[in-house]
Design a protein around this ligand. Sequence first.
Ligand SMILES: NC(=O)c1ccc[n+]([C@@H]2O[C@H](COP(=O)([O-])OP(=O)(O)OC[C@H]3O[C@@H](n4cnc5c(N)ncnc54)[C@H](O)[C@@H]3O)[C@@H](O)[C@H]2O)c1
Length: 305
Amino acid sequence: MKVLIATDKPFAKVAVDGIRTVVEGAGFELALLEKYTEKAQLLDAVKDANAIIIRSDIIDAEVLDAAKELKIVVRAGAGYDNVDLAAATAHGVVVMNTPGQNSNAVAELVLGMLVYGVRNFYNGTSGTELKGKKLGILAYGNVGRNVARIAKGFGMEVYAYDAYCPADVIEKDGVKALASTADLFKACQIISLHIPATAETKGSINYELMNSMPKGAIVVNTARKEVIDEAGLTKMFEERPDFKYLSDIQPAIHADLAARFADRYFATPKKMGAQTSEANINAGIAAAEQIVDFIKNGNLKFKVN
Ligand SMILES: NC(=O)c1ccc[n+]([C@@H]2O[C@H](COP(=O)([O-])OP(=O)(O)OC[C@H]3O[C@@H](n4cnc5c(N)ncnc54)[C@H](O)[C@@H]3O)[C@@H](O)[C@H]2O)c1
């Protein structure tokens, strides 16, 4: 049984060592394709792989066609919009993610960016505090829950809306559940986005929603750049001098926003919500364990297709 780690952006060495321990401990073989520059290298490497661990790497129909022995792909991380789920299903390949393994890392970055934002990007001027401010968490999944936990420590009033998570689950955490995305934006000066990028959510964070936010509006996006309507984002910056946007995922219009609104727009140079050694190790090892458990016991717990 051959498990391939195919990572354009490699795991930390300690994470690869952990994956190796799990894979070889189960009597399987581990192969490594890191920092590949051509798709052809990936197509070649997957030929005899029975299982693949990926990060943001693209698994499309062409890769699945080339991977004749493939049974399972595990995305070490939460979002799996880089995998063509329909094509995987058509090829009889199981796709899993490793939910929850990087949530604390992302949540800590959210609060870090928020402090940076309300303190005027540490430019030496007087800012505001987070205590007592209303924080709206859009999507109460693994990351959203961790944001709520930490935000409560800051003394924020925490609200959330999730299309699929029941209100009583949210309220058990001392978080006020609202009835819609629109209600959340209207109620909260600060919004943190944690929705996945789906057909339903892409472009859904638009001007109308953002413009309904109270004065001093801040949107933090550690979800996906696709969920933002970028024309609406530009309009918000142009029309609302009080508006700030903080993200670890640069929008396509990053250069324009950075040049025109440097005092209110911040995006990290690279996506970095999950870039901690802890998240790296946790997600990689979880991926390896899920593969072993699937191949040996047929466990489909984290299947997403
Ligand atoms: N910046 C980063 O490095 C980074 C790291 C991890 C995750 N992410 C992104 O953050 C997203 C959330 O991660 P997670 O681990 O919390 O995922 P998760 O699957 O645990 O939670 C997603 C939540 O979104 C809810 N949801 C789905 N569609 C919705 C909709 N239309 N409206 C409202 N709620 C909706 C689901 O019910 C679920 O509770 C991921 O999909 C991923 O795109 C980014």
